[in-house]
Every structure is written in structure tokens, then in C-alpha cells.
Design a protein around this ligand. Structure first.
Ligand code: ADP
Ligand code: ZN
Length: 851
């Protein structure tokens, strides 16, 4: 209960500022206000929706602005969820408002925005009429006005800027407003409950004869065309379609309304997130195997106890972890009457897993993921909060699902790097899951075939319980893995190329604009692929690099084309005939000659998936190929459509980047080829070996899941590397032991805790000065406080030292334990805040990568 003396509140705003803001609660609102409720408050010149963090009875501040309104009748966030968010804000040193924004559905915390409308002719102030002394419209104003003309419901300034390419839209817009040609209005922040509607125009009266049309429309040619367009579309169409696509202005459509021929209405958009996925296929009823039963017997009883703790479930690929999750969920729902959260690395990559849960739990499942519209997310969110659905399944942000009573939290593929958010708040969903489970008295299950070293370390120290599923469910053993030494292969190829009749002698040289032929398939892999196709089985080919070739180089002077904004080379994309930066998306046409030395011989080197597709297609012209990478999966369910084709066996070879390594379960896949395992191994990052081992184990796990045995061929130039050797034998324990040992010396996690502090800015000198000064300040602090468990490393340029035109330098803090590190980071954030000007400081606690 709010005390009557509570007349102020701390409000968290969705802004990159450190603390919350104090606002006054007018008496009328003070009675109902509670923490976790959203409020509308003035902030600078806008109105912003924030969330009450705490109520307070007094403040030392003198001038406090008032809360304008309460947005919710009841707190949107439960006390527990608010507590969880406060913990995330504190641990990851992030503003609470940004944590809340990540936790709530999109648009729940929002700012007001400005919308610009065309004032219909005749309604404007008379200053807008020609000849009243205004100078003629500038080209920019003209362009903006033309764009507004076609917009039915006005446009936001950002859209105008994008569509018209006018750089500074505001002066031009204000000038248009002064002339009475446009109107600028502040739109209140969109609220969570707003249904997503769209305007639809529908014909109400038909004019079947030509004569009638002549009579009604006379010289109103556009109205007549709009009428006829609508007739052609069965009498109804979205207003945006009429205006944006077909170019009918707002006044033309209104003309139809005035003639009582048509009506414009608001329609709620139908939105079933699974409409495109179709109903889940029926799943056979499965009885747990002996192994699964043993795990369930151990974990089931934990559900009823006050502190069930965290369990690491290490189960090889195909060992049936999903059934264990589902049984635990069913028990939490039925016996305990509680809900559950299932986290998966990325929903669109794991449609099979989602469909299995949907088949088992039907309407109890809410799927939360980034492909949903804001409205769809809001719908699912409310259904969970109100208990209409009790299971949330989704990517990392689903860890904040508003389920009132959580019994189980599952983190599937817990080792996946995508659980770490790269933007503020830089939280790790696995860590948040463990913490939330503790708050809720829920069981946390972390599942993986190749656990992260952090979780493995915690299991060995006894912080997590350990359960294992060492065998595959089917009688099949894990597939045989073989390494193919690319160095030997290259040598052999050079010798063969002397013999021009050998089909393998494709030649390595390239002429003008021609593409060199890097080694794609070794003879061994090619032979196995041929055999696999002959047997009518399927194959998966993995290469963790997209595009055609990963760099373009001048043969004469050696220049490599790189992004003007990032310090990385440009990737050649053949299907678009462009060179593209994979960091910022910048692209350029492919030059005909070197712009430095004028030579015309360019080489295209470094293999990407696009080239693999082409080469494999040339070698196996009858095979049906499908490529799956970021470039082929632009639309919402594109992954699913490709995978469905694989499932129906309309595809013989599926090739792609790491996204094909995830939980696919296709019984006809008997061969997996890794085109080049060294891609990830050579990255300058302390997790390079771990990532490579995990990727190989994952992709190998796709082979031989049905009746027939699987074979995995891994092409590499470093066959002796321990990560590959361990992958060869499916030996997680050997890998983990060696990797833990390797990380002990330099003090990398899990031995010590890490924070990466990155300073970036547009001027390199300023970045260096600031990062050095900051590191000195930090060293002084550590020495002064006698914090001998903390070391500072650096500063140094980041491995990729320029991204999007910003220079990047960093230093690392390593700490023996979490507590002091957190204290130091918070002190840094409070004392130093954000640097001034274009400089920025990123604090990344428990970083997934240091690139
Ligand atoms: P994991 O997630 O551990 O890789 P899955 O949960 O995908 O493994 O299970 C692998 C395959 O085994 C799936 O096709 C699944 O339907 C099947 N399966 C799992 N448990 C059983 C069981 N108890 N009886 C029969 N088949 C099972
Ligand atoms: Zn770039």
C-alpha cells in the first residue's frame, strides 16, 4: 500500500542516462501510484512514458516536475520482475530505464514523436497562398511537400528524411508550417494497449454503367481512376496501398467518401504469429528412455522444493534433451500450477523445437521473438501476464516474460553466444535466468552438448548440479568424424594440375574480373558427396563465411579493398555484383581496375558460401542445392521455408553458415562437410577454440540421426589443433580440460571475471587520450583501494579498431571475484559517466567476445 506521505517517485526513463529521475505525484495520482506502473512525464521538450521504480515521501531537489498521468491501472511489472530488472541494471552497470525497455514489449516505454501532415489546400493560413511575399519554395521544401502529398496520415520526420534524401528536414518543415502548408503535431507515446489498426477504404455504392460514371465523376479523372482501381481489387484495399503504391492522394480518396461512394474505416489487423508456420505436425507419444528417466527422476522432485537450484544437463546431440524439458514443464504446470520459460538461441533457427513444444502444450505457449510486430509481442505479453498462457518460449529477452509464478526456466544450447546482448543493457540471458530462477524459487535447467566453460566450471565446483545424457536416443552411435588436411590436398592438386586431362585441374589463376578457384571440396569430400547423393541421402555443407570471396585484391600493387568506415576488408557478393562491408553494410560497385596503380588484374580470394554454392553446383549439376545464410533469409520465416524443403527431401545439399548447425533433426542427412574449420580458429579472440569446438560438435550432430550412420568430414589446415582433435573423438571432457588449462595462465574466464571497457570516437587522437587517462584513473583507484584481486590490461586498439567511422580502443579488467569488479565498474560509471563530445564509453561485463 502506498502511504499517504508518498508524494514523489523515482521514474526510470528509456534513455541512456545513469539514474532514475524524481517526479512529483499530484494528489489525484498519488493514491493509485505503485512501483512497476508506467507514468507519463515531461522530459526536456517531450513527453515520455517511464516506469515508477520507487515511491518516496521527500526529495532534496527544489524544482521537481509533476507526473502527468498514470498509464496503467495496475503495475505492469510485478515486484519480482522489477527486482530482477534492478539487479540486471546494477550488475551490468546499465540505466534501469534501458533494462526495462529490453524487458517490456516494444513500445511499452516510449517517447512522444512529431508527425507532419500536409494541410489540404484551402485550409491553410492565408500566408500560404501564392503572391503574399513568401519566397518561392526551395527544392527541399518542394520535395518534402510532394512526399507529404502522397501520405494519407502524415509522416514522421525520420521517414521524410529517408524518402526525400533532404538532409536537414526540420528548417524546411518549419518553413512549410509557417506558410500554412504543413502541420506539425506532437503524437503522444504509443501505449502498450493500442491495437494495431490500419485504414481500409471500401466501396459502398457501385456504378455499373459508363453513363453513371460520366455523370458522377465528370472531370474528376483521378477519383474515377481510384474508383476503378478499387473495383478491380474487389471493392476494398488498405489506404496505404492506394496512396503509397498507386499514388492516389488523400484528397482524391476523401472525394470518393464525400460522394458517398466509399468509406474509410479502421480495421484491426489480424495477427497470428503462426499463420505462416501452419499447425504443428502431430508428434508421436514418446516414452522416456532409461537415461531420460534417470534424469527426470533426479530433477522432478526438485520442482517442489523451495530452492531447486540450477542444473547443467550435458547431453550429446540427439540424446533427447527436449523430451526432458517437456516432461519437467508438464510437471511444473500440472502439479505445481506454475508457468515456465524456455530460452532458445534464435527462434527462426529452431522452428522444429518450437513446433514440438506447440504440439505438446498448444494454447499454453506464447512465442516471443524479434520477427513479431510490436502488436503481436504485446498480445503475447499480456496473455502471459494474465495467465491465459503459461509457457513463454523465445530468444534472450524472453527471460523477462511476465509469468506470475515460474516453476522452470530452461536455457537450451546454453553455450550460445547470442544469449549475450551486444547493446545496452549488455546482459547475458543465461546469467539472468539463473538469477531469476533463484528469485522465483524455480528450477533452472541449462542444456547443451558442449557446455560453456563457465557453466562447466560451475558444475565442477558444485554450484550447479550436473546431469548427463551420454547416448543418442536411437541405436545410432555418434557419427564418425574425419579430418581432411587441406595442405596435403593443395599439394596434390598442384601436381595434378600439370595433367590437363584431370577434371580436378581447374587452375588457380584468374584473369581480369575472373574469379580464382580456391579449394572448395577436397577429393575425399567430393567422393563422399557423390556417394551420398547416389544413395538418395542428404548432405550438409558448412562454411562460416558468407558472400562470394572475402577480399578483393590488386595483383600488381597488393591493395586490398576495405570499408571506408570500418577497418575490415570488403566481401565480394557475386549475386549483387557488389563489394559489401559485413560490419556496417556499406557497399560499392566492383572496380574494373585498381584505383591506386591502374592495373586491371584483380583477384578475388577467400571462400564464402556463395562461391561454395556455385562450385558445388558445377560439380554436381543434378543435385538440388539450398543455401542458408543471412543473404538468403531476409524475410520473416525464410529459414523455416528452406528447412521445410529439406524436410520434404526437395533439397539434396543444404549449405550455409553456422545457422545450419543448430538443432536441425533430419533423418536422411548422412554426410556433413565442413569446408574450412580454420575460419573461426584463427580469430584473435580468447573463445576462438571454444567456438570452433562447439560449432563442429553441433554440425556433426546433424549427421546420422536416422537409421543410417553418419559421416562428418572436416577440412582444415591445422589438423593437429586440440579443438579439432577433441571434436574428432566427440570428447568434450578432453576439450574442456585442455581449454581450462590454456585459459588459466592469462587469467581468462572462467578462472577470473572480465570486463571490457571500450572507448570510441570519430577522432583517433581524442580516443587514445581519453582511454589512457581513464585507464590511469582506474589504476589509481585500484591501487588506492588496495584491490589486489583486480588487474588492468591495456589500453590497446580493439582487434577491429575502426567500425562505422569510429576508432575503438579498449582496456580489460580482470578480477578474482565478481563483487569487487562490480563495485569498481559502478564507481567508474557514477564518477566518470559518459565522456563528452563524440566520445563514448562501453562497459561490457562478462564479454562474449573481445573483437
Ligand atoms: P537433442 O536436443 O538432445 O539433440 P532431441 O531432443 O532433438 O535431442 O531428440 C533427438 C531425437 O530423438 C528426436 O527426433 C526425438 O523425437 C527423438 N526422441 C527423443 N526422446 C525419445 C524417446 N524417449 N523415444 C523415442 N524417440 C525419442
Ligand atoms: Zn563498414
Amino acid at each position: 500500500m502506498a502511504d499517504r506521505t508518498d508524494r514523489y517517485c523515482d521514474v526510470a526513463l528509456p534513455r541512456p542516462v545513469r539514474s532514475t529521475f524524481v517526479y512529483r505525484l499530484p494528489a489525484a495520482l498519488a493514491v493509485a501510484a505503485r512501483p512497476g506502473m508506467r507514468v507519463l512525464v515531461p522530459f526536456r521538450r517531450k513527453r515520455v512514458i517511464g516506469c515508477i521504480d520507487r515511491l518516496r515521501s521527500e526529495t532534496e531537489l527544489e524544482r521537481v516536475r509533476p507526473v502527468l498521468d498514470l498509464v496503467d491501472d495496475t503495475p505492469l511489472l510485478s515486484g519480482r520482475l522489477l527486482e530482477l530488472c534492478r539487479w540486471v541494471a546494477e550488475y551490468y552497470v546499465a540505466p534501469l530505464g534501458l533494462v526495462l525497455r529490453a524487458a517490456l514489449p516494444p513500445g511499452a516505454l516510449a517517447e512522444s514523436s512529431f508527425r507532419v501532415e500536409r494541410v489540404p489546400d484551402g485550409e491553410g493560413a492565408d500566408t500560404g497562398r501564392a503572391g503574399t511575399g513568401d519566397p518561392p519554395l526551395s527544392p527541399e521544401e518542394r520535395a518534402l511537400l510532394d512526399r507529404l502529398e502522397r501520405a494519407v496520415d502524415g509522416l514522421q520526420a525520420g521517414t521524410l528524411r529517408r524518402d526525400t534524401k533532404v538532409r536537414s528536414v526540420w528548417p524546411a518543415l518549419r518553413s512549410l508550417a509557417r506558410r500554412g502548408l504543413a502541420r506539425i503535431r506532437e503524437e503522444p507515446p504509443a501505449s502498450l494497449s493500442a491495437e494495431k489498426t490500419r485504414q481500409v477504404i471500401t466501396l459502398r455504392r457501385r456504378l455499373p454503367t459508363l453513363l453513371e460514371r460520366e455523370e458522377v465523376f465528370g472531370r474528376a479523372r483521378r477519383q474515377r481512376e481510384a474508383y476503378e482501381a478499387l473495383e478491380g481489387m474487389d471493392g476494398s484495399a488498405p489506404v496505404v496501398h492506394m496512396s503509397e503504391r498507386l499514388g492516389f492522394s488523400r484528397s482524391v480518396l476523401r472525394g470518393l467518401e464525400e460522394k458517398r461512394l466509399a468509406e474509410i474505416t479502421d480495421e484491426v489487423e489480424a495477427r497470428d504469429p503462426f499463420a505462416e508456420l501452419g499447425p504443428p505436425p502431430r508428434q508421436p507419444h514418446l516414452e522416456p528412455t532409461e537415461d531420460q528417466r534417470r534424469v527426470l527422476d533426479a530433477l522432478g522432485p526438485r520442482l517442489g522444493i523451495p530452492e531447486p537450484g540450477t542444473v547443467l544437463l550435458r547431453g550429446v546431440t540427439g540424446s533427447g534433451k527436449t523430451l526432458v524439458y517437456m516432461r519437467l514443464l508438464a510437471r511444473a504446470l500440472e502439479r505445481e500450477g506454475r508457468g515456465a520459460i524456455v530460452l532458445v538461441p534464435e527462434i527462426s533457427l529452431t522452428p522444429q523445437t518450437v513446433q514440438r513444444f506447440r504440439a505438446a502444450f498448444g494454447d499454453d505457449i506464447a512465442v516471443l521473438h524479434s520477427g513479431l510486430s510490436a502488436g503481436e509481442r504485446g498480445d503475447e505479453w499480456r496473455a502471459l501476464r494474465e495467465g491465459r498462457k503459461r509457457i513463454a518460449i523465445g530468444a534472450r529477452s524472453a527471460v523477462f516474460a511476465p509469468i506470475p509464478e515460474v516453476g522452470v526456466i530452461v536455457v537450451d544450447e546454453e553455450h550460445e553466444g547470442s544469449y549475450k546482448q551486444s547493446d545496452v543493457p549488455r546482459y547475458h540471458a543465461r546469467a539472468v535466468a539463473v538469477y531469476r530462477a533463484r528469485l522465483e524459487g524455480a528450477l533452472c535447467v541449462l542444456g547443451s552438448a558442449t557446455p560453456s566453460l563457465e557453466s562447466w566450471h560451475n558444475a565442477r565446483r558444485g554450484l550447479f548440479a550436473l546431469q548427463e545424457l551420454p547416448h543418442r536416443v536411437t541405436a545410432q552411435r555418434l557419427p564418425e568424424v574425419r579430418l581432411v588436411d587441406l595442405r596435403e590436398e593443395r599439394e596434390a592438386r598442384r601436381e595434378r594440375s600439370i595433367d590437363r586431362t584431370d577434371p580436378w585441374a581447374e587452375g588457380d589463376g584468374a584473369g581480369v574480373g575472373e574469379v580464382a578457384g580456391p579449394l572448395v571440396l577436397s577429393r575425399r569430400l567430393s567422393d563422399e558427396l557423390a556417394r551420398c547423393l547416389d544413395r538418395g541421402e542428404q548432405a550438409i555443407l558448412l562454411l562460416n563465411r558468407r558472400g562470394y570471396s572475402t577480399f578483393v585484391q590488386c595483383m600488381e600493387c597488393g591493395k586490398v579493398w576495405s570499408c571506408p568506415r570500418c577497418n575490415v576488408s570488403l566481401t565480394y557478393h557475386r549475386d549483387r555484383e557488389r563489394m559489401v562491408c559485413h560490419h556496417c553494410g556499406w557497399e560499392d560497385r566492383v572496380p574494373e581496375a585498381c584505383d591506386e596503380c591502374g592495373a586491371e588484374g584483380l583477384t578475388f580470394a577467400g571462400l564464402g558460401t556463395e562461391q561454395v554454392e556455385r562450385r558445388v553446383g558445377e560439380l554436381f549439376p543434378a543435385a538440388r542445392l539450398a543455401r542458408m545464410d543471412v543473404d538468403t533469409t531476409g524475410t520473416r520465416w525464410a529459414h523455416h521455408r528452406i528447412l521445410e524443403r529439406v524436410r520434404r527431401h526437395e533439397v539434396d545439399i543444404l549449405l550455409g553458415t553456422q545457422m545450419i548447425a543448430k538443432g536441425l533433426d533430419f533423418p536422411d542427412v548422412t554426410l556433413v562437410g565442413v569446408i574450412n574449420a580454420d575460419v573461426g580458429l584463427n580469430l584473435p579472440d580468447f573463445r576462438a577454440s571454444e567456438r570452433t569446438f562447439q560449432l563442429l560438435a553441433q554440425v556433426a550432430g546433424r549427421a546420422g540421426r536416422g537409421e543410417r550412420p553418419g559421416l562428418v568430414l572436416v577440412q582444415t589446415s591445422r589438423p593437429g589443433h586440440f579443438a579439432l582433435q577433441a571434436a574428432l573423438r566427440h570428447d568434450y571432457l578432453a576439450f574442456a580440460e585442455r581449454e581450462l588449462e590454456d585459459r588459466a595462465g592469462p587469467g581468462y574466464p572462467p578462472h577470473r571475471r572480465l570486463a571490457n571497457l571500450v572507448v570510441s570516437g570519430t577522432r583517433e587522437r581524442a580516443v587514445v587520450d581519453h582511454v589512457e587517462e581513464l585507464a590511469d584513473w582506474m589504476r589509481g583507484l585500484v591501487a588506492e583501494e588496495g584491490l589486489d584481486g583486480i588487474d588492468l590490461l591495456g589500453p590497446a586498439p580493439c582487434p577491429i579498431d575502426r567500425v562505422r567511422g569510429r576508432w575503438r580502443w579498449h582496456f580489460l579488467l580482470k578480477s578474482d571475484s565478481a563483487g569487487p569488479l562490480g563495485a569498481v565498474l559502478r564507481y567508474l560509471s557514477e564518477r566518470r559517466g559518459q565522456p563528452s563530445g563524440s566520445l563514448r564509453l562501453e562497459i561490457d561485463r562478462d564479454p562474449e567476445s573481445l573483437l
